[in-house]
Write a protein that binds this ligand. Structure first.
Ligand code: GLC
Length: 606
Protein backbone atom coordinates (compact mmCIF):
# COMPACT_ATOMS: atom_id res chain seq x y z
CA UNK A 1 0.00 0.00 0.00
CA UNK A 2 1.28 3.47 -0.78
CA UNK A 3 1.14 6.05 1.98
CA UNK A 4 1.55 9.79 1.87
CA UNK A 5 4.42 11.55 3.53
CA UNK A 6 4.87 14.96 4.90
CA UNK A 7 8.37 16.28 4.64
CA UNK A 8 9.42 18.07 7.78
CA UNK A 9 12.49 19.77 9.20
CA UNK A 10 14.26 20.66 6.04
CA UNK A 11 17.70 20.83 7.54
CA UNK A 12 20.22 20.00 4.90
CA UNK A 13 23.87 19.41 5.68
CA UNK A 14 26.19 22.25 4.82
CA UNK A 15 26.94 22.36 1.16
CA UNK A 16 23.79 20.65 0.02
CA UNK A 17 22.83 22.69 -2.96
CA UNK A 18 19.36 21.29 -3.54
CA UNK A 19 17.93 22.34 -0.24
CA UNK A 20 17.52 25.98 -1.10
CA UNK A 21 15.51 25.04 -4.15
CA UNK A 22 13.34 22.99 -1.98
CA UNK A 23 12.69 25.96 0.27
CA UNK A 24 11.56 28.03 -2.62
CA UNK A 25 9.23 25.41 -4.01
CA UNK A 26 7.15 24.84 -0.97
CA UNK A 27 4.11 23.61 -2.81
CA UNK A 28 5.72 20.35 -3.79
CA UNK A 29 6.47 18.69 -0.55
CA UNK A 30 4.52 15.50 -0.73
CA UNK A 31 5.96 12.10 -1.30
CA UNK A 32 4.61 8.58 -1.57
CA UNK A 33 5.90 5.45 0.02
CA UNK A 34 6.16 2.45 -2.28
CA UNK A 35 5.70 -1.19 -1.42
CA UNK A 36 9.47 -1.89 -1.68
CA UNK A 37 10.05 0.61 1.12
CA UNK A 38 11.53 3.28 -1.12
CA UNK A 39 10.02 6.73 -1.27
CA UNK A 40 9.40 8.73 -4.39
CA UNK A 41 8.90 12.42 -4.25
CA UNK A 42 8.80 15.39 -6.45
CA UNK A 43 10.14 18.70 -5.31
CA UNK A 44 12.33 21.41 -6.74
CA UNK A 45 10.64 20.47 -10.00
CA UNK A 46 12.69 17.25 -9.97
CA UNK A 47 12.00 13.65 -9.11
CA UNK A 48 13.76 12.14 -6.15
CA UNK A 49 14.03 8.74 -4.59
CA UNK A 50 14.93 7.67 -1.11
CA UNK A 51 15.89 4.04 -0.62
CA UNK A 52 14.55 2.07 2.26
CA UNK A 53 16.53 2.64 5.43
CA UNK A 54 18.59 5.47 3.95
CA UNK A 55 18.05 9.01 5.10
CA UNK A 56 19.26 10.58 1.89
CA UNK A 57 17.49 11.61 -1.23
CA UNK A 58 18.89 10.69 -4.61
CA UNK A 59 18.10 12.57 -7.72
CA UNK A 60 16.65 10.22 -10.32
CA UNK A 61 19.12 9.92 -13.15
CA UNK A 62 16.68 10.92 -15.85
CA UNK A 63 16.53 14.36 -14.29
CA UNK A 64 20.22 14.77 -13.71
CA UNK A 65 20.86 16.72 -16.86
CA UNK A 66 18.81 19.69 -15.66
CA UNK A 67 21.05 20.06 -12.67
CA UNK A 68 23.61 22.76 -13.06
CA UNK A 69 27.21 21.92 -13.75
CA UNK A 70 28.29 23.05 -10.32
CA UNK A 71 25.96 20.65 -8.62
CA UNK A 72 27.22 17.53 -10.28
CA UNK A 73 29.17 16.33 -7.29
CA UNK A 74 26.35 16.88 -4.87
CA UNK A 75 23.22 14.97 -5.53
CA UNK A 76 22.06 14.05 -2.10
CA UNK A 77 20.11 16.01 0.36
CA UNK A 78 19.60 15.26 4.03
CA UNK A 79 15.94 16.03 4.32
CA UNK A 80 14.48 14.34 7.36
CA UNK A 81 11.08 12.87 6.85
CA UNK A 82 8.31 12.03 9.14
CA UNK A 83 6.46 9.02 7.85
CA UNK A 84 2.79 9.36 8.47
CA UNK A 85 -0.30 8.29 6.76
CA UNK A 86 -1.90 11.67 6.71
CA UNK A 87 -4.84 10.86 4.50
CA UNK A 88 -7.03 10.21 7.50
CA UNK A 89 -6.01 13.38 9.28
CA UNK A 90 -6.42 15.48 6.23
CA UNK A 91 -10.07 14.65 5.71
CA UNK A 92 -10.72 16.43 9.00
CA UNK A 93 -9.16 19.62 7.70
CA UNK A 94 -10.38 21.93 5.03
CA UNK A 95 -8.13 22.49 2.06
CA UNK A 96 -6.81 25.79 3.22
CA UNK A 97 -5.56 24.56 6.54
CA UNK A 98 -3.94 21.56 4.86
CA UNK A 99 -2.04 23.94 2.68
CA UNK A 100 -1.08 26.27 5.52
CA UNK A 101 -0.09 23.36 7.71
CA UNK A 102 1.96 21.80 4.96
CA UNK A 103 3.81 25.01 4.31
CA UNK A 104 4.68 25.32 7.96
CA UNK A 105 5.92 21.76 8.08
CA UNK A 106 7.92 22.24 4.96
CA UNK A 107 9.48 25.30 6.46
CA UNK A 108 10.48 23.44 9.56
CA UNK A 109 8.31 25.92 11.41
CA UNK A 110 7.57 26.00 15.09
CA UNK A 111 3.87 25.90 14.57
CA UNK A 112 2.57 22.40 14.62
CA UNK A 113 5.75 21.12 16.23
CA UNK A 114 5.70 19.56 19.62
CA UNK A 115 8.47 21.70 21.11
CA UNK A 116 6.11 23.87 23.09
CA UNK A 117 6.94 27.03 21.13
CA UNK A 118 4.38 29.82 21.24
CA UNK A 119 1.99 29.43 18.32
CA UNK A 120 2.32 31.73 15.35
CA UNK A 121 -0.50 34.03 14.36
CA UNK A 122 -1.80 34.19 10.81
CA UNK A 123 0.04 37.45 10.41
CA UNK A 124 3.32 35.86 11.40
CA UNK A 125 2.68 32.97 9.04
CA UNK A 126 2.05 35.40 6.23
CA UNK A 127 5.26 37.21 7.09
CA UNK A 128 7.23 33.97 7.10
CA UNK A 129 5.87 33.00 3.69
CA UNK A 130 6.85 36.39 2.32
CA UNK A 131 10.26 36.27 3.92
CA UNK A 132 10.96 32.85 2.44
CA UNK A 133 9.83 34.05 -0.96
CA UNK A 134 12.46 36.78 -0.70
CA UNK A 135 15.29 34.28 -0.16
CA UNK A 136 18.01 34.48 -2.79
CA UNK A 137 20.05 31.41 -3.68
CA UNK A 138 23.51 31.15 -5.09
CA UNK A 139 24.44 27.81 -6.65
CA UNK A 140 21.46 26.36 -4.88
CA UNK A 141 22.37 27.67 -1.41
CA UNK A 142 20.37 30.37 0.37
CA UNK A 143 22.62 33.39 0.77
CA UNK A 144 20.37 36.32 1.62
CA UNK A 145 17.05 38.04 0.99
CA UNK A 146 16.24 40.62 -1.67
CA UNK A 147 15.37 44.12 -0.50
CA UNK A 148 11.83 44.12 -1.87
CA UNK A 149 9.76 41.50 -3.58
CA UNK A 150 6.84 43.32 -5.14
CA UNK A 151 5.67 41.32 -8.17
CA UNK A 152 3.82 44.34 -9.54
CA UNK A 153 6.83 46.65 -9.51
CA UNK A 154 8.16 47.04 -13.07
CA UNK A 155 11.22 49.06 -11.98
CA UNK A 156 12.81 47.44 -8.97
CA UNK A 157 16.09 49.43 -9.49
CA UNK A 158 18.47 47.82 -7.03
CA UNK A 159 15.74 46.55 -4.73
CA UNK A 160 16.21 43.13 -6.30
CA UNK A 161 19.62 42.91 -4.63
CA UNK A 162 20.64 41.58 -1.24
CA UNK A 163 21.53 44.59 0.91
CA UNK A 164 23.86 43.89 3.82
CA UNK A 165 21.99 46.17 6.23
CA UNK A 166 18.57 44.99 5.05
CA UNK A 167 19.49 41.36 5.59
CA UNK A 168 20.27 41.82 9.30
CA UNK A 169 16.65 41.54 10.53
CA UNK A 170 16.09 38.61 8.14
CA UNK A 171 19.20 36.96 9.56
CA UNK A 172 18.05 37.46 13.14
CA UNK A 173 14.61 36.09 12.30
CA UNK A 174 16.18 32.99 10.75
CA UNK A 175 18.51 32.55 13.71
CA UNK A 176 15.61 32.85 16.11
CA UNK A 177 13.80 30.23 14.10
CA UNK A 178 16.78 27.90 14.31
CA UNK A 179 17.56 28.17 10.60
CA UNK A 180 21.17 29.15 10.75
CA UNK A 181 22.49 27.97 7.39
CA UNK A 182 21.40 31.03 5.42
CA UNK A 183 23.16 33.29 7.92
CA UNK A 184 26.38 31.30 7.77
CA UNK A 185 26.30 31.34 3.96
CA UNK A 186 25.63 35.06 3.93
CA UNK A 187 28.55 35.77 6.27
CA UNK A 188 30.96 33.68 4.24
CA UNK A 189 29.87 34.86 0.81
CA UNK A 190 29.88 38.54 1.71
CA UNK A 191 33.33 38.02 3.19
CA UNK A 192 34.52 36.93 -0.24
CA UNK A 193 33.14 40.16 -1.66
CA UNK A 194 35.06 42.37 0.77
CA UNK A 195 37.26 44.85 -1.03
CA UNK A 196 40.97 43.96 -1.16
CA UNK A 197 42.52 46.73 -3.17
CA UNK A 198 42.18 50.44 -3.50
CA UNK A 199 42.67 52.50 -6.61
CA UNK A 200 41.58 56.00 -5.75
CA UNK A 201 41.43 57.25 -9.32
CA UNK A 202 39.01 54.52 -10.40
CA UNK A 203 36.31 55.17 -7.81
CA UNK A 204 37.15 51.84 -6.20
CA UNK A 205 36.28 51.02 -2.61
CA UNK A 206 38.89 51.17 0.13
CA UNK A 207 40.45 48.00 1.43
CA UNK A 208 38.23 46.33 4.00
CA UNK A 209 34.99 47.91 2.82
CA UNK A 210 32.00 45.59 2.63
CA UNK A 211 29.55 46.14 -0.23
CA UNK A 212 26.21 47.85 0.24
CA UNK A 213 24.53 45.05 -1.69
CA UNK A 214 25.10 42.22 -4.10
CA UNK A 215 23.21 40.49 -6.84
CA UNK A 216 23.36 36.91 -8.06
CA UNK A 217 23.87 36.96 -11.83
CA UNK A 218 23.92 34.11 -14.31
CA UNK A 219 26.73 34.46 -16.84
CA UNK A 220 28.19 32.28 -19.60
CA UNK A 221 31.13 30.18 -18.54
CA UNK A 222 34.28 31.88 -19.78
CA UNK A 223 31.97 34.23 -21.68
CA UNK A 224 31.21 31.41 -24.12
CA UNK A 225 27.53 30.56 -24.63
CA UNK A 226 28.30 27.02 -25.78
CA UNK A 227 29.90 26.18 -22.42
CA UNK A 228 26.75 26.68 -20.33
CA UNK A 229 26.20 29.10 -17.50
CA UNK A 230 27.26 29.69 -13.98
CA UNK A 231 26.20 32.02 -11.20
CA UNK A 232 28.34 34.84 -9.87
CA UNK A 233 27.96 37.28 -7.02
CA UNK A 234 28.15 40.86 -8.21
CA UNK A 235 28.77 43.37 -5.39
CA UNK A 236 27.97 47.09 -5.36
CA UNK A 237 30.21 49.17 -3.10
CA UNK A 238 28.35 52.32 -3.95
CA UNK A 239 29.90 52.75 -7.37
CA UNK A 240 26.51 52.12 -8.97
CA UNK A 241 24.35 53.34 -6.10
CA UNK A 242 22.34 56.52 -6.43
CA UNK A 243 24.64 59.34 -5.26
CA UNK A 244 27.66 56.97 -5.19
CA UNK A 245 27.44 56.64 -1.42
CA UNK A 246 29.96 54.38 0.35
CA UNK A 247 28.21 52.00 2.76
CA UNK A 248 30.28 52.50 5.90
CA UNK A 249 27.71 50.63 7.98
CA UNK A 250 27.97 47.35 6.00
CA UNK A 251 31.20 46.13 7.60
CA UNK A 252 29.96 47.15 11.04
CA UNK A 253 26.74 45.20 10.56
CA UNK A 254 28.73 42.22 9.31
CA UNK A 255 30.75 42.05 12.53
CA UNK A 256 27.61 42.52 14.64
CA UNK A 257 25.89 39.66 12.81
CA UNK A 258 28.94 37.42 13.06
CA UNK A 259 28.92 37.74 16.83
CA UNK A 260 25.14 37.16 16.96
CA UNK A 261 25.57 34.00 14.87
CA UNK A 262 28.16 32.65 17.30
CA UNK A 263 26.01 33.50 20.31
CA UNK A 264 22.95 31.88 18.78
CA UNK A 265 24.52 28.69 17.47
CA UNK A 266 27.27 28.28 20.05
CA UNK A 267 29.42 27.46 17.02
CA UNK A 268 32.47 29.69 17.30
CA UNK A 269 34.41 27.77 14.68
CA UNK A 270 33.09 30.16 12.03
CA UNK A 271 34.35 33.29 13.74
CA UNK A 272 37.68 31.61 14.48
CA UNK A 273 38.42 30.78 10.85
CA UNK A 274 41.52 32.50 9.56
CA UNK A 275 39.71 34.15 6.64
CA UNK A 276 36.97 35.40 8.97
CA UNK A 277 39.49 36.80 11.45
CA UNK A 278 41.27 38.51 8.55
CA UNK A 279 37.95 39.98 7.41
CA UNK A 280 37.29 41.42 10.87
CA UNK A 281 40.80 42.89 11.02
CA UNK A 282 40.43 44.50 7.61
CA UNK A 283 37.19 46.19 8.58
CA UNK A 284 38.77 47.42 11.81
CA UNK A 285 41.87 48.60 9.99
CA UNK A 286 39.91 50.92 7.76
CA UNK A 287 37.84 52.18 10.70
CA UNK A 288 40.78 52.71 13.04
CA UNK A 289 43.16 54.21 10.49
CA UNK A 290 44.57 57.65 11.25
CA UNK A 291 43.14 60.51 9.26
CA UNK A 292 43.02 64.24 9.76
CA UNK A 293 40.28 63.92 12.32
CA UNK A 294 40.84 64.64 16.03
CA UNK A 295 37.65 63.11 17.41
CA UNK A 296 37.27 59.46 18.42
CA UNK A 297 34.11 59.33 16.33
CA UNK A 298 34.24 58.05 12.72
CA UNK A 299 34.33 60.74 10.06
CA UNK A 300 32.14 59.84 7.08
CA UNK A 301 30.43 61.39 4.10
CA UNK A 302 26.71 62.09 3.84
CA UNK A 303 24.50 59.06 3.25
CA UNK A 304 26.92 56.42 4.48
CA UNK A 305 24.35 54.34 6.34
CA UNK A 306 20.61 53.52 6.30
CA UNK A 307 20.03 57.12 5.29
CA UNK A 308 21.86 56.75 2.01
CA UNK A 309 20.99 60.11 0.44
CA UNK A 310 22.00 63.66 1.12
CA UNK A 311 20.41 64.50 4.45
CA UNK A 312 23.02 66.62 6.18
CA UNK A 313 24.46 63.67 8.11
CA UNK A 314 28.07 63.96 6.93
CA UNK A 315 30.72 64.29 9.58
CA UNK A 316 30.11 62.24 12.70
CA UNK A 317 26.52 60.98 12.52
CA UNK A 318 25.22 59.15 15.56
CA UNK A 319 24.05 56.11 13.60
CA UNK A 320 27.57 55.31 12.41
CA UNK A 321 29.05 55.98 15.86
CA UNK A 322 26.62 53.65 17.62
CA UNK A 323 27.17 50.86 15.09
CA UNK A 324 30.92 51.48 15.23
CA UNK A 325 30.85 51.17 19.00
CA UNK A 326 28.83 47.94 18.85
CA UNK A 327 31.10 46.52 16.14
CA UNK A 328 34.17 47.29 18.27
CA UNK A 329 32.56 45.60 21.26
CA UNK A 330 31.70 42.54 19.18
CA UNK A 331 35.13 42.42 17.53
CA UNK A 332 36.88 42.55 20.88
CA UNK A 333 34.81 39.58 21.96
CA UNK A 334 35.44 37.43 18.90
CA UNK A 335 39.00 38.28 17.88
CA UNK A 336 41.29 35.36 18.57
CA UNK A 337 43.93 36.78 20.93
CA UNK A 338 46.97 35.17 19.32
CA UNK A 339 48.50 36.16 15.97
CA UNK A 340 49.44 39.67 16.98
CA UNK A 341 45.84 40.65 17.77
CA UNK A 342 47.05 42.09 21.11
CA UNK A 343 47.91 45.47 19.62
CA UNK A 344 44.60 45.62 17.83
CA UNK A 345 42.71 44.80 21.02
CA UNK A 346 44.57 47.56 22.87
CA UNK A 347 43.64 49.95 20.09
CA UNK A 348 40.01 48.84 20.32
CA UNK A 349 39.96 49.36 24.08
CA UNK A 350 41.39 52.82 23.76
CA UNK A 351 38.91 53.76 21.08
CA UNK A 352 35.96 52.33 23.00
CA UNK A 353 36.78 54.39 26.06
CA UNK A 354 37.33 57.59 24.10
CA UNK A 355 34.27 57.06 21.92
CA UNK A 356 31.94 56.40 24.83
CA UNK A 357 33.27 59.43 26.69
CA UNK A 358 32.80 61.63 23.64
CA UNK A 359 29.26 60.51 22.89
CA UNK A 360 28.08 60.42 26.50
CA UNK A 361 29.50 63.87 27.20
CA UNK A 362 29.00 65.82 24.02
CA UNK A 363 26.06 64.21 22.22
CA UNK A 364 23.77 63.96 25.23
CA UNK A 365 20.84 66.33 25.35
CA UNK A 366 18.23 66.81 28.03
CA UNK A 367 16.40 69.82 29.36
CA UNK A 368 19.29 71.06 31.48
CA UNK A 369 21.79 70.63 28.66
CA UNK A 370 19.52 72.59 26.33
CA UNK A 371 19.45 75.33 28.91
CA UNK A 372 23.23 75.27 29.17
CA UNK A 373 23.65 75.55 25.40
CA UNK A 374 21.02 78.27 25.28
CA UNK A 375 23.27 80.38 27.52
CA UNK A 376 26.62 79.39 25.99
CA UNK A 377 29.39 81.94 25.63
CA UNK A 378 31.16 81.63 22.32
CA UNK A 379 34.65 82.21 20.89
CA UNK A 380 36.42 80.73 23.93
CA UNK A 381 40.07 80.08 23.10
CA UNK A 382 41.30 77.61 25.71
CA UNK A 383 41.63 73.90 26.34
CA UNK A 384 39.36 74.48 29.32
CA UNK A 385 36.56 76.04 27.22
CA UNK A 386 33.05 75.16 28.33
CA UNK A 387 31.67 75.56 24.83
CA UNK A 388 34.35 73.37 23.26
CA UNK A 389 32.81 73.16 19.81
CA UNK A 390 31.90 76.84 19.64
CA UNK A 391 28.18 76.27 19.29
CA UNK A 392 26.19 79.46 18.80
CA UNK A 393 23.11 79.52 21.04
CA UNK A 394 21.14 80.73 18.02
CA UNK A 395 21.32 77.15 16.75
CA UNK A 396 18.87 76.10 19.43
CA UNK A 397 15.70 76.16 17.36
CA UNK A 398 12.26 76.93 18.62
CA UNK A 399 11.10 73.36 17.97
CA UNK A 400 13.70 72.06 20.43
CA UNK A 401 12.77 74.53 23.15
CA UNK A 402 9.14 73.53 22.78
CA UNK A 403 9.72 69.82 22.35
CA UNK A 404 12.27 68.84 24.97
CA UNK A 405 10.42 67.10 27.81
CA UNK A 406 11.14 67.69 31.48
CA UNK A 407 12.39 64.14 31.89
CA UNK A 408 14.23 61.93 29.49
CA UNK A 409 16.81 62.82 26.90
CA UNK A 410 18.59 61.57 23.77
CA UNK A 411 21.78 61.70 21.78
CA UNK A 412 21.84 64.37 19.11
CA UNK A 413 22.33 63.36 15.49
CA UNK A 414 25.75 64.87 14.82
CA UNK A 415 28.46 67.05 16.30
CA UNK A 416 31.02 69.05 14.35
CA UNK A 417 32.85 72.32 14.89
CA UNK A 418 30.21 75.01 15.46
CA UNK A 419 27.48 72.58 14.58
CA UNK A 420 25.12 70.47 16.63
CA UNK A 421 22.46 68.60 14.74
CA UNK A 422 19.70 68.49 17.32
CA UNK A 423 17.49 66.13 15.33
CA UNK A 424 16.49 62.85 16.96
CA UNK A 425 17.62 59.79 14.96
CA UNK A 426 16.01 56.49 15.88
CA UNK A 427 18.61 53.96 14.79
CA UNK A 428 21.53 55.72 16.47
CA UNK A 429 19.65 56.11 19.73
CA UNK A 430 18.43 52.51 19.74
CA UNK A 431 21.91 51.14 19.06
CA UNK A 432 23.41 53.42 21.70
CA UNK A 433 21.19 51.52 24.12
CA UNK A 434 21.82 48.06 22.67
CA UNK A 435 25.58 48.48 22.45
CA UNK A 436 26.08 49.89 25.93
CA UNK A 437 27.34 53.15 24.46
CA UNK A 438 24.77 55.00 26.56
CA UNK A 439 25.11 54.81 30.33
CA UNK A 440 22.30 52.97 32.03
CA UNK A 441 20.68 56.26 33.07
CA UNK A 442 20.95 57.64 29.57
CA UNK A 443 19.48 54.45 28.11
CA UNK A 444 16.53 54.67 30.49
CA UNK A 445 16.11 58.33 29.66
CA UNK A 446 16.05 57.66 25.91
CA UNK A 447 13.17 55.24 26.36
CA UNK A 448 11.42 57.68 28.70
CA UNK A 449 11.66 60.26 25.95
CA UNK A 450 10.15 57.86 23.40
CA UNK A 451 7.35 57.19 25.84
CA UNK A 452 6.63 60.85 26.46
CA UNK A 453 6.95 61.73 22.77
CA UNK A 454 5.04 58.66 21.60
CA UNK A 455 2.73 60.63 19.31
CA UNK A 456 5.69 62.08 17.47
CA UNK A 457 8.06 59.12 17.35
CA UNK A 458 5.69 56.16 17.11
CA UNK A 459 2.25 57.61 16.32
CA UNK A 460 0.45 55.30 13.88
CA UNK A 461 3.50 53.39 12.66
CA UNK A 462 6.70 52.66 14.57
CA UNK A 463 8.97 54.39 14.13
CA UNK A 464 10.15 57.80 12.91
CA UNK A 465 13.56 57.59 11.30
CA UNK A 466 14.32 61.13 12.50
CA UNK A 467 12.49 64.02 14.11
CA UNK A 468 11.59 66.65 13.14
CA UNK A 469 11.59 66.85 9.35
CA UNK A 470 13.61 69.46 7.49
CA UNK A 471 11.23 71.93 5.91
CA UNK A 472 11.34 74.83 3.48
CA UNK A 473 14.77 76.54 3.33
CA UNK A 474 16.41 73.91 5.48
CA UNK A 475 15.08 71.20 3.19
CA UNK A 476 16.26 73.12 0.11
CA UNK A 477 19.73 73.80 1.47
CA UNK A 478 20.44 70.61 3.38
CA UNK A 479 18.91 67.97 1.09
CA UNK A 480 19.52 69.92 -2.11
CA UNK A 481 15.73 70.13 -2.60
CA UNK A 482 15.52 66.33 -2.86
CA UNK A 483 12.00 65.47 -4.11
CA UNK A 484 12.19 62.04 -2.49
CA UNK A 485 13.11 63.48 0.88
CA UNK A 486 10.39 66.11 1.21
CA UNK A 487 9.22 66.93 4.72
CA UNK A 488 7.83 63.95 6.65
CA UNK A 489 8.65 61.52 3.87
CA UNK A 490 11.28 58.78 3.41
CA UNK A 491 14.52 59.68 5.25
CA UNK A 492 13.24 63.12 6.14
CA UNK A 493 10.91 62.27 8.99
CA UNK A 494 9.26 59.21 7.44
CA UNK A 495 8.19 56.25 9.60
CA UNK A 496 10.04 52.96 8.94
CA UNK A 497 8.57 49.67 10.12
CA UNK A 498 12.00 48.03 10.03
CA UNK A 499 13.08 50.16 12.98
CA UNK A 500 10.65 48.21 15.14
CA UNK A 501 13.05 45.32 15.78
CA UNK A 502 15.78 47.67 16.94
CA UNK A 503 13.33 49.43 19.25
CA UNK A 504 12.17 46.04 20.56
CA UNK A 505 15.74 44.94 21.27
CA UNK A 506 16.48 48.16 23.15
CA UNK A 507 13.24 47.86 25.16
CA UNK A 508 13.98 44.27 26.10
CA UNK A 509 17.49 45.20 27.20
CA UNK A 510 16.15 47.99 29.40
CA UNK A 511 13.37 45.84 30.82
CA UNK A 512 10.63 47.85 29.11
CA UNK A 513 8.94 45.11 27.02
CA UNK A 514 5.66 46.93 27.55
CA UNK A 515 6.79 49.70 25.23
CA UNK A 516 7.83 47.23 22.53
CA UNK A 517 4.53 45.38 22.79
CA UNK A 518 2.59 48.61 22.39
CA UNK A 519 4.56 49.47 19.28
CA UNK A 520 4.21 45.98 17.81
CA UNK A 521 0.45 46.10 18.28
CA UNK A 522 0.31 49.36 16.39
CA UNK A 523 2.35 47.95 13.51
CA UNK A 524 0.24 44.80 13.38
CA UNK A 525 -2.87 46.77 12.58
CA UNK A 526 -1.52 47.97 9.27
CA UNK A 527 1.47 46.12 7.90
CA UNK A 528 -0.30 43.31 6.12
CA UNK A 529 -3.24 45.46 5.04
CA UNK A 530 -0.82 47.97 3.51
CA UNK A 531 1.29 45.21 1.88
CA UNK A 532 4.36 45.63 4.09
CA UNK A 533 5.57 49.02 2.84
CA UNK A 534 9.11 50.26 3.08
CA UNK A 535 8.10 53.47 4.87
CA UNK A 536 5.17 55.74 5.74
CA UNK A 537 4.71 59.46 5.20
CA UNK A 538 3.32 62.44 7.14
CA UNK A 539 3.83 63.59 10.70
CA UNK A 540 1.90 60.74 12.24
CA UNK A 541 2.84 58.16 9.60
CA UNK A 542 -0.73 57.79 8.37
CA UNK A 543 0.00 57.25 4.68
CA UNK A 544 2.00 54.67 2.78
CA UNK A 545 5.15 56.44 1.57
CA UNK A 546 4.93 58.31 -1.73
CA UNK A 547 7.56 56.14 -3.37
CA UNK A 548 7.60 53.29 -0.87
CA UNK A 549 8.24 49.80 -2.21
CA UNK A 550 5.71 47.23 -1.17
CA UNK A 551 6.62 43.83 0.27
CA UNK A 552 9.81 45.37 1.57
CA UNK A 553 11.74 42.52 3.12
CA UNK A 554 13.17 44.33 6.12
CA UNK A 555 9.71 45.59 7.07
CA UNK A 556 8.57 41.96 7.07
CA UNK A 557 11.66 40.61 8.81
CA UNK A 558 11.70 43.50 11.27
CA UNK A 559 8.20 42.60 12.36
CA UNK A 560 9.03 38.89 12.67
CA UNK A 561 12.20 39.58 14.60
CA UNK A 562 10.28 41.82 17.00
CA UNK A 563 7.69 39.12 17.57
CA UNK A 564 10.25 36.39 18.04
CA UNK A 565 12.35 38.48 20.40
CA UNK A 566 9.28 39.31 22.47
CA UNK A 567 8.58 35.59 22.81
CA UNK A 568 12.22 34.79 23.53
CA UNK A 569 13.64 37.90 25.23
CA UNK A 570 16.83 36.14 26.34
CA UNK A 571 17.88 36.02 22.71
CA UNK A 572 18.13 39.82 22.69
CA UNK A 573 21.56 39.40 24.23
CA UNK A 574 22.85 38.10 20.90
CA UNK A 575 22.54 41.73 19.89
CA UNK A 576 23.31 43.68 23.02
CA UNK A 577 26.30 44.49 25.22
CA UNK A 578 26.34 45.74 28.76
CA UNK A 579 27.89 49.09 29.58
CA UNK A 580 31.64 48.70 29.26
CA UNK A 581 33.53 48.95 32.52
CA UNK A 582 36.62 50.24 30.75
CA UNK A 583 35.62 53.88 30.91
CA UNK A 584 34.17 53.45 34.40
CA UNK A 585 37.51 52.06 35.62
CA UNK A 586 39.33 55.00 34.07
CA UNK A 587 36.93 57.42 35.71
CA UNK A 588 37.32 55.80 39.08
CA UNK A 589 41.09 56.07 38.83
CA UNK A 590 40.82 59.67 37.56
CA UNK A 591 37.91 61.45 39.24
CA UNK A 592 38.90 64.70 37.51
CA UNK A 593 38.89 63.07 34.11
CA UNK A 594 35.59 64.54 33.09
CA UNK A 595 36.74 68.09 33.60
CA UNK A 596 40.21 67.59 32.23
CA UNK A 597 39.28 65.64 29.17
CA UNK A 598 40.22 67.38 25.96
CA UNK A 599 39.14 66.73 22.42
CA UNK A 600 42.33 64.76 21.81
CA UNK A 601 42.50 62.38 24.74
CA UNK A 602 46.17 61.50 25.21
CA UNK A 603 45.13 59.59 28.25
CA UNK A 604 43.68 56.89 26.00
CA UNK A 605 46.67 56.54 23.73
CA UNK A 606 48.17 53.13 24.28
C1 GLC B 1 17.00 52.61 0.54
C2 GLC B 1 17.32 52.83 2.01
C3 GLC B 1 18.47 51.94 2.43
C4 GLC B 1 18.13 50.50 2.11
C5 GLC B 1 17.79 50.34 0.64
C6 GLC B 1 17.29 48.95 0.31
O1 GLC B 1 18.06 53.04 -0.25
O2 GLC B 1 17.64 54.15 2.25
O3 GLC B 1 18.69 52.10 3.80
O4 GLC B 1 19.21 49.69 2.46
O5 GLC B 1 16.76 51.24 0.29
O6 GLC B 1 16.14 48.66 1.03
Amino acid sequence: MNSTLRLVDVSAPLGCRQCAYFHRNVGAGEASCRSDGSISASFCGLSWRQQRGLNAWTLRSSCARVVKRRWRDRQTCGIHCELKNVAEQECLLDNESILANRKVLLHGGQNGSSDGAVAESNLEREAWDLLRDAVVTYCGEPVGTIAANDPTDPHPLNYDQVFIRDFIPSAIAFLLKGETEIVRNFLLHTLQLQSWEKTVDCYCPGQGLMPASFKVRTVYLDGDETKGTEEILDPDFGEAAIGRVAPVDSGLWWIILLRAYGKCTGDISLQERVDVQTGIKMILKVCLADGFDMFPTLLVTDGSCMIDRRMGIHGHPLEIQALFYQALRCAREILVPEDGAGDLIRQINARLAALSFHIQEYYWLDISKVNEIYRYKTEEYSTEAVNKFNIYPEQVSQWLLDWMPETGGYFIGNLQPAHMDFRWFALGNMWSICSGLATENQAEDILKLVESKWDDLIATMPMKICFPALTEDEWRIITGADPKNTAWSYHNGGSWPTLLWQFTTACIKMNRPDLAERAIEIAEKRLSRDRWPEYYDTKKGRFIGKQARLYQTWSIAGYLTSKLLSKNPDAANWLTCEEDDHYAILLEANPNLKRKFKASPNIFVV
